[in-house]
Write a protein that binds this ligand. Sequence first.
Ligand SMILES: *Cc1c(COP(=O)(O)O)cnc(C)c1O
Length: 492
Amino acid sequence: MTEQARPATDVTEEIRELERIARRLEPDRDGRAGLLGPVAAHADDFLDGLVDAPAFVADKAPARELRDHDVRDAPRGLEEVLEIYRRAVEEPGLKPASGRHVAYIPGGGIYAAALGDFLAAVTNDYAGIRFTGAGAVEMENQLIRWMAELVGYPADAAGNLASGGSIANLIAVVTAREAHDLGPEDVSRAVVYLTEQAHHCVDKALRIAGLGSCRLRYLAMDEGRRMLPEALDRAVEEDRAAGLRPWMVVASAGTTDVGAVDPLAEIGRVARAHGLWYHVDAAYGGFFLLCPEVRHLFRGIGSSDSVVVDPHKGLFLPYGLGAVVVKDRDAMHRAHRYRAAYMQDAVVDGRVVDDPAELSPELSKHFRGLRMWLPLMVHGLAPFRAGLREKLRLTRYFHRKVGQLGFQTGPEPELSVTTYRWVPEHGDADAFNRRLVERIHEDGRVFVSSTTLDGTVWLRLAVLSVRTHLEDVDRVLRVLEETVAGLAEREG
Ligand SMILES: *Cc1c(COP(=O)(O)O)cnc(C)c1O
């Protein structure tokens, strides 16, 4: 069913008629209030309900309700639309905003960031090119300078606000490729050094960057699953002797799996001695640099060539913001510059190396700076730092308490991820722990995840949601205790 513009006698009448219909997309002040009021109330109800809502709902069926509502010409009422959204999207599955989401790497999502997104979308300011968006670009560059300073880079370092850690890592990989002039003929001899704890997005980034056939050298780790710098040194020597081309080392500053921080300074020394591009993936761990009690773990991070940090993890922002900083601005620019006749007015002095569009794969993009800048400005840094320090302590608290409940525990947590498992008196411990996770997911009050380390199943606790506080960790402990008791009774 299409709405036809009435036949018009002349062209301006026809334009006016189309305008009348199209203008529904531009509500006036009252019209806007009619949209914003119910949406804001819906958001409030959601947030107030989080405390009692399950962290996870296993039944995916309600999501299919969306299929009953096709895109059509006629509008629907906002109340109806919000209700469909609530039932089909908010309710089923994991609630990433919940404080009892302690799986994967949570962040929660702070309200002020949502308002930053709202304003960025309303003004539609463009942060790609300084010529047209001086303030937006300035804001993003200021945030990048702040993060570069945090990792110890000089003031002229470059960077970019990307959609997440995966794309930020991809930008770093492409920059490293160009910086080392890695051509198609070099790829099969090029070697990347990492550990099995490195995030899988690095491997994905290499393949996307046309480097899928380069060699991945997985290095030996210490008992805390940290890269052994001697192993790196030895592997590079051997590869060079074998006629290969050692190219890049990827260290992790907080692995997703267990939260291990590689010895960054020592790796930096080996990287420099061998002329490797040194990349640090600090997507999860980077913002713990704000915490004096763990800062020493990151010693040497500034000796790297590129670093990734995820504000949608460590700054508690909603999904949609990962950042990369690169020490050598020219290398980053070489990898991402462009020329286009239709953009010629934007070129100043033949080079616009300060423009985000010249330092990333994106041209038109969401103005991501505002969702980070607004919360940092209105809250100040103090509550972010306090939140991170709280999460560090909650993780240590859990590690001690879960041990007291009789669980086997992994090493003392370095950051805010820790591992634990139940070893039953009889039967297969791995199968028991898999059932334990399944049971907890069916229950839904809390959401934990598991991993496999050296062939053994472990449960993980990852505390980084802004809403995870002492009572949430106590709730996780209680659910674990109850669920183990229930399973043991059934199987006993
Ligand atoms: C989360 C994470 C990534 C991937 O980042 P996304 O934001 O999920 O794309 C990469 N590396 C590490 C260490 C991570 O924790």
